[in-house]
Design a protein around this ligand. Sequence first.
Ligand SMILES: [Zn+2]
Ligand SMILES: [Zn+2]
Length: 383
Amino acid sequence: MLQEPILRYSRSYYLFFHPVSTSSGQVSLYKMPGPTTSPARTTKAAIQDPETKVISVQSRPTPTPTATQVLVKVDCTGVCASDLHLARRDLPYLQATVSIAGHEGVGRIAALGPEVDGSKWHVGDRVAIRWLHKVCKECEACTTGYENLCPNRKISGKDVEGCFAEYALADSTYLCRVPESVLDAEAAPILCAGVTVYKALKIAGLQKGAWVAIAGAGGGLGHLAIQYAKSMGYRALALDANKEDICTKLGAEAYIDVLTSKDCVADVVKATGGGAHCALVCASSGRAYADAVKYLRRAGKMVCIGLPPKPSPIPVLPEDFVGTGITIMGTSTGSLQDTDEALAFLARGEIKTHVQETTLAQVEDVLKAIEEGKVSGRAVIRI
Ligand SMILES: [Zn+2]
Ligand SMILES: [Zn+2]
């Protein structure tokens, strides 16, 4: 749990804002007015110095949307472990060429580029800034539902400036609409953490009633994985350290504390009556992967999500695959369609994000807290 003064408040379960459904569809509980004034000339942003790597809030000129881009006035943005990897530059394939991270932004269109389809997008529309800024829509990955794996993708916070800023750019040809019926802070974590675990469960292709072991279950990804698993008809087993409360409150049927358990593998096998059908490894821990190989039941599936900061090979031999029939796969974020579906769970009230609100000036403190495993749920910056 983050300590004051990083947080203005914590444990914000938004239990009381659920959309109302009617025969004609969902009705917004409230509608925020769109911006009526021109965008400010300057934008405050959490900018990383390319030399010192120190992140500080500075003002810079507000970017101008070109071609099909839109300028988004950001209201809230989540802080993801990928932002930490980008800031620390500890993963070879995630070396940022820009200085502003952030890819779980919720905001409203403040200006349109000259080639934006004006019949579809308007100033004031509520939209998302996501990990995937743009994909090519033409490659095999893009045309088979795996656009998140597009080799030509542009990533927010890596290839284009992200949304740890008052204003950020998105592309109208690949833009997610955020339902009016959900709050900014509760929608933000769905845009990366939520869609990632939702997609992980989709690709695992499990039977109803399957046991899903979630490593790192109390964190930004894991706390949503518990709820998606439950909503999709699976049984959730949570693994984490000192996070039993949040995990059981959110619906985990069993909780195993990785710090106090004498044998996590045996505990998972016992709690699941023979092993988990699926392991969602959200923890950035080599040990979490090593354990998962052992506690999967026959023909079980492991989905790799969390990235250990140091190279951590998964200890698995050909005979493990041959003898147990396990499958190991991985995923990151999801398609636009996946994101719409993941947001729909939130709009229906089946998923509740557990957020800790903070400010732009606290980005570095939040990154440190993520690094130390001290954030329960998701830290969300109110811009
Ligand atoms: Zn992310
Ligand atoms: Zn592509």
